[in-house]
Design a binder for this molecule. Sequence first.
Ligand SMILES: Cc1cc2nc3c(=O)[nH]c(=O)nc-3n(C[C@H](O)[C@H](O)[C@H](O)COP(=O)(O)OP(=O)(O)OC[C@H]3O[C@@H](n4cnc5c(N)ncnc54)[C@H](O)[C@@H]3O)c2cc1C
Ligand SMILES: NC(=O)c1ccc[n+]([C@@H]2O[C@H](COP(=O)([O-])OP(=O)(O)OC[C@H]3O[C@@H](n4cnc5c(N)ncnc54)[C@H](O)[C@@H]3O)[C@@H](O)[C@H]2O)c1
Length: 477
Amino acid sequence: MSQAFDYDLVIIGAGVGGHGAALHAVKCGLKTAIVEAGDIGGTCVNRGCIPSKALLAASGRVRELRNTHHLKSLGIQVGDVSFERQAIADHAKDLVSKIQGDMSNSLTRLGIDVIKGWGKLAGEQKVVVETASGSQMLTAKDVLLSTGSVPFVPPGIELDGKTVFTSDEALKLDWLPQWIAIIGSGYIGLEFSDIYTALGSEVTLIEALDRLMPTFDPDIAKIAQRVLINPRDIETKVGAIAKTVKPGSPVVIELADPKTKEVSEVLEVDACLVATGRIPATQNLGLESVGVELDRRGFIPTDAYLAVLRNGEPVPHLWAIGDAMGKMMLAHAASAQGVVAVENICDRPREVNYLSIPAAAFTHPEVSFVGLTEPAAKELAEQQGFQVGAVRTYFKGNSKALAEGEVEGLAKVIYRKDTGEILGAHIIGLHASDLIQEAANAIAQKTSVADLSFMVHTHPTLSEVLDEAFKRAEVAH
Ligand SMILES: Cc1cc2nc3c(=O)[nH]c(=O)nc-3n(C[C@H](O)[C@H](O)[C@H](O)COP(=O)(O)OP(=O)(O)OC[C@H]3O[C@@H](n4cnc5c(N)ncnc54)[C@H](O)[C@@H]3O)c2cc1C
Ligand SMILES: NC(=O)c1ccc[n+]([C@@H]2O[C@H](COP(=O)([O-])OP(=O)(O)OC[C@H]3O[C@@H](n4cnc5c(N)ncnc54)[C@H](O)[C@@H]3O)[C@@H](O)[C@H]2O)c1
């Protein structure tokens, strides 16, 4: 370490992004400190991935055990299935404390200084931390910003945290409303529709765009509508914005046309979950002390190497990752960026390949994807002059899915017909979130579908759904 600085690296924000960066920094021999104003683990561990997956796991079991038709087809009968709301909530809470504790221990075990307080830049290579016992100035050769994001609440929507709330409160599962409106059909809207309907609530899903799940590949969205929405107690309002939401009993929601803003309908429900996206937590970070301006949407501007930009040029020794820079708001994207930023700090230039980063919605069944949708792949093909192939394989033709009696599902692989390179893969079906990894690795390594078709998959497994797609792809020789 250079003697001129307190640390080689100071990281502001100990979410999964900051944590991943800190662990890699130690591996690279950097003397590291991490500053955290709230709970170690940030959104993902405390108010995101972890508690939501715990609620999905428990509510998913309730759904499964109440599906007498499915159980009967396997020769099983069960009596009445009941659950304790508070016990399910405690499962999520306990998991959060366990993982938060494990993360804190991993930092201290590796000799990383954890400084509790609000961190902000105080000029180049300087961070000031407002701690409970006063302010502390730190100097560092490099500074990494990983301050994450918070829920976005559109104007006109009033939160009270009890009847109108965001995922921050919903994850506590303090009560189960009989009728809940969920605004937004993105990841949070979809996962919470799964949780609430499994536990017996009626859901009204409100989406501003003209189709539900607007970011999914159209074929997948169609099946998702058929298996995740239609058979459940979910009413949908598509092409409608929640213009105003007033908390209380009942919660009153004015729906309006997104273009004219004219009120078209008024709903009275027991509760409302606002799941309309997230905004970066980038205020009061002292960015002005180094002359950096946030972009139009409040994200920290960065280049491909994750260096923070000032008037389009990298600021020396200042880096940003994760939800705060907003390239892909996912936990594993944030930690991958953390590793890449540290590599760049160590003068080993590296970029993140976003096309190979998979994403999943952990509904029942799950939805996952990596790379481009078919319309996006076709657009690229037109620009670059190549042909796109798309193969679809169905879970109903897979022995393992048949044995499980879980046959709803589709895998779709989109590829270049000339090179066989995979451009995108999309799956809906049992364990889709695990299955997508093979396609993600293939994209990262540019493996052709022709080569993948020779790789041997265990029989009988769900992985054969993708195997069949690789074998059916037609690549020019
Ligand atoms: C309900 C929900 C479910 C989700 N599920 C998934 C999922 O299944 N899979 C997935 O990949 N992603 C999921 N996400 C997204 C995921 O949580 C985020 O992408 C991820 O947490 C981003 O990590 P980060 O490190 O960039 O930021 P964060 O996790 O938000 O961490 C930032 C940290 O910085 C701290 N901080 C901020 N400013 C300062 C400051 N000035 N000084 C000191 N500390 C500061 C904050 O307190 C926070 O702890 C989910 C999100 C939500 C809301
Ligand atoms: N499984 C996962 O990986 C997972 C799970 C949950 C959250 N997340 C992350 O958290 C972030 C936030 O999730 P999210 O679901 O809130 O955001 P999102 O951006 O995925 O979806 C928000 C949806 O709300 C709609 N919308 C916005 N304003 C509206 C309005 N006024 N009325 C009606 N509809 C409106 C949008 O059109 C969009 O479809 C995402 O970026 C996601 O990456 C990931």
